[in-house]
Ligand binder design. Structure first.
Ligand SMILES: [Fe+2]
Ligand SMILES: [Fe+2]
Length: 468
């Protein structure tokens, strides 16, 4: 473990002077980007943060007060397995790739760049949120997510610098040049160009969009390209906290809204300063549908190629499947043909985006059940739901068609007529924004959200997580 170098790492960076120099050259550009695009207005504050210092299941992280620009962004990979093998695809059972196989070089670089691009993008999307935090606990969680997305960028940049030579270095530079939402140099994926400017957006984003990240990372954690697999395995450890922030964040808003519904005379929580369930539903519809797009087309030759090559597996490929070639089976999915929804059978390998999306949807349904339980516990009849996976899609089979939230085909005109019932309107967004006032006294919380059931790392909710 090399923790006291400029770049903490467990990859023997000091043994590879060329790589070390390249990364040390990238470091100041990264810090410039962080200062310019990282959390606005809190760079000189002490924040109670977790820093990765190791990869052991226990004791992999250190908790302490840090100023964000001094955060120790490091490079940590799960230790190599002895005699690792390619776990799926046409090369199943062959020795895992320790270098980039020439014929897959472009595909792999594209996978790594696309994953890498999401990490700084989300920091950019969230940079203004600190100014309207509902509590110091939430403020700290926001910054925790932000610094770890920064570390995830490092993880991908390490692979680009370490394994892709000149064009890898160029790609690493470009990751600091694109900007979320900038029409001239946007981030690669659309969900990462959407504004995330209030805390309901933030919680939905970490619930739905970070969760896509979990499934992408899990599929790459199976990769036959070992450095990528080991990098992603460790990133998943950190990602779990981001999903926790999202799922409990939305859950706490749901809880608070249900309480306010009980208190209000007519069930309208606006007069009590709460977020109505119908607005929450629209935010869910918005982020769920954009996050579904991140899995790619339902029928995809890329997914087949990546799987065949042993680059990107299925979710829990090793634990969940017996047949790791997936060469035989077929998968029936729904497509639009002549204005109708019809089933179509495709080779299984071509449907692997959809298979992964299915895992993701089940995970979201689990969270939905939990939130609905909060509603019932507070005596509310209303329930939240996930819209159909066909609703509001911009990628794949359903892009270019219109569906209602139940997934029925509908006309453009009918869709536009109901759009304001299904997706956040400007008024909805303005209303939510009108509730966003900073609450920064230790132990206090904004009115529109319930406090968490526990603090961080055994500390109480009242702990001063950020020293302002
Ligand atoms: Fe990440
Ligand atoms: Fe994340």
């Amino acid at each position: 473990m090399e923790l006291y170098e400029r770049i903490p790492n467990n990859v023997n960076l000091s043994q590879d002077k060329r790589l070390q120099r390249a990364l040390e050259k990238w470091l100041p550009s990264y810090l410039d980007w962080w200062r310019e695009m990282g959390p606005e207005g809190f760079q000189d504050k002490d924040v109670y943060l977790r820093t990765a210092v190791d990869v052991d299941a226990e004791g992999w992280a250190n908790f302490d007060f840090v100023k964000m620009p001094d955060y120790r962004w490091g490079i940590f990979l799960k230790p190599a397995e002895k005699d690792a093998k390619v776990g799926f695809g046409d090369n199943f059972g062959m020795p895992a790739y320790q270098e980039v196989p020439g014929e897959f070089r472009n595909s792999l670089r594209r996978i790594i760049v696309t994953q890498g691009d999401t990490e700084p993008a989300s920091v950019e999307q969230q940079r203004e949120l600190g100014k309207t935090c509902p509590s110091l606990y939430d403020l700290r969680n926001l910054f925790q997510v932000n610094v770890e997305e920064g570390r995830h960028l490092w993880a991908m940049v390490y692979l680009l610098h370490g394994y892709f030579g000149r064009d890898g270095r160029d790609e690493a530079d470009a990751l600091l040049e694109r900007r979320s939402g900038n029409p001239d140099k946007p981030r690669i994926l659309e969900a990462f160009n959407q504004p995330c400017d209030d805390w309901l957006n933030f919680f939905c984003f970490t619930m739905f969009t970070d969760r896509d990240g979990k499934y992408q990372l899990a599929a790459l954690a199976e990769s036959g390209f070992e450095p990528l697999a080991r990098t992603c395995q460790f990133m998943l450890t950190e990602e779990a906290h981001h999903l926790f922030v999202g799922e409990t964040g939305v859950g706490r808003v749901v809880k608070r809204t249900a309480q306010l519904m009980k208190e209000s005379r007519n069930g309208d929580v606006r007069e009590l300063g709460g977020i109505p369930l119908d607005i929450m539903q629209k935010y869910i519809n918005f982020w769920f549908s954009y996050s579904l797009d991140l899995f790619g087309g339902e029928i995809s030759s890329n997914s087949a190629d990546f799987f065949a090559a042993g680059l990107k597996g299925r979710y829990k490929e090793r634990d969940q499947y017996k047949d790791h070639t997936a060469a035989e089976g077929s998968f029936t999915l729904t497509v639009v043909e002549d204005g109708k929804l019809v089933p179509r059978e495709v080779p299984l390998r071509n449907a692997l985006n959809e298979v992964l999306r299915g895992e993701y949807v089940r995970d979201c349904e689990r969270a939905m059940t939990r939130w609905n339980k909060y509603l019932r516990e507070e005596g509310a009849d209303a329930q939240l739901y996930l819209p159909s996976t066909r609703f509001h899609r911009h990628v794949g089979e359903f892009a270019g068609h219109h569906f209602d939230v139940q997934g029925n085909l509908t006309s453009k005109e009918a869709f536009e007529q109901s759009e304001s019932l299904w997706l956040p309107t400007i008024e909805d967004r303005e209303y939510v924004r009108s509730l966003m006032h900073p609450v920064t006294e230790p132990g206090e919380i904004a009115n529109w959200i319930a406090p968490p059931t526990a603090g961080i790392k055994g500390k109480p909710f009242e702990f001063e997580y950020v020293r302002l």
